[in-house]
Design a protein around this ligand. Structure first.
Ligand code: FAD
Ligand code: FES
Length: 262
């Protein structure tokens, strides 16, 4: 049985782009202890949807917690129907989160996101700018961008890419970074696996490393099954080990991930 279950009240739940929703929850104590890169496990009211749905922490403002999610299946479809006053069961905070100690005041950071991997960059940007770090955000979408204004408000210089070319740079985030010659002291990312793989290769070529949040499919969401394993090469021993994204992650160093593991 999972510990740390809390009840949260929905304050708002709005559609901010096609099939993308922004939900703000009131959840007094739990939100205060959360940090960027961690996630919450949301339990649906429909009991046939047994497994919790992991959603990244996008923004914390006192006891208000904001999540941004894409409607992709039954769970997130149900979530999109919740409105003001509805109560939700969730467990939080989950996972390790980004390590901000790698970067110091006066240094720079690139935060890079793809699609529904963009939301955790908001709290990350805010936390970094609060430390006196210059943040550049590079965000990529298939077609319709979101969270642009909040990222600028949180202090980021913003670059946008779309696959369709309808907004910003026509192409992916790696091509955009290459074209603009964007570099930094520290790199952080979240997005689909192929993007994270290409991005890691790009950053490693520059003799840097990158913290990536792996949004693998999950089962239990708290370490009790093996629904979310990924293969990591231990830096010291060189041995390949299986890690649980929900418990040991979701944030790993890009250089440690064995991308072609079976
Ligand atoms: C640590 C973590 C953080 C996450 N943060 C966010 C977030 O901030 N916003 C957000 O929108 N989503 C996030 N996700 C993904 C989110 O958990 C899934 O989209 C959600 O659980 C799908 O539930 P569903 O019942 O709607 O879809 P399902 O009916 O379970 O699945 C519908 C479709 O979505 C695919 N899918 C389900 N889960 C994932 C996944 N993890 N990665 C890729 N495809 C998946 C399935 O293969 C299927 O094609 C995160 C996942 C993890 C592990
Ligand atoms: S989802 Fe069950 S161990 Fe990670």
């Amino acid at each position: 049985m999972e510990k740390y279950r809390v009840e949260a009240r929905v304050l708002s739940n709005e559609c901010i782009a096609k099939d993308v929703y922004q939900m703000t929850l009131e959840c007094v104590d739990a939100a205060l202890s959360a940090k960027c890169g961690q996630f919450v496990n949301l339990y649906m009211k429909n009991e046939s949807l047994l497994l919790p749905r992991p959603i990244s922490i996008c923004w914390i403002d006192g006891a208000k917690l904001t999540l941004v999610y894409g409607m992709v299946g039954k769970g997130t479809e149900e979530l999109s129907t919740y409105g003001f006053g509805d109560l939700l069961q969730m467990s939080m905070p989950r996972g390790n989160g980004y390590d901000l100690e790698v970067v110091k005041e006066g240094q720079s950071a690139l935060v890079i996101g793809g699609g529904i991997g963009v939301p955790p960059l908001l709290e990350l940007t805010y936390a970094l700018t609060q430390k006196g770090i210059k943040v550049t955000a590079v965000i990529g979408f298939q077609e319709e961008p979101f969270l642009m204004k909040p990222l600028i408000k949180a202090g980021a210089d913003l670059y946008v890419a779309t696959d369709s070319g309808t907004s910003g740079f026509h192409g992916n985030v790696v091509d955009l970074m290459e074209q603009e010659k964007l570099t930094a002291d520290a790199y952080f990312a979240c997005g689909p696996k192929p993007m994270l793989n290409a991005l890691t290769n790009f950053v490693l070529q520059q003799k840097k490393d990158i913290q990536i949040s792996m949004e693998e499919r999950m089962g239990c969401g708290y370490g009790a099954c093996v629904g979310c394993v990924c293969t990591i090469r231990d830096k010291e021993s060189g041995l390949e080990v299986r890690k649980k994204v929900c418990k040991d992650g979701p944030v790993f160093w890009g250089s440690e991930v064995v991308w072609d593991a079976k």
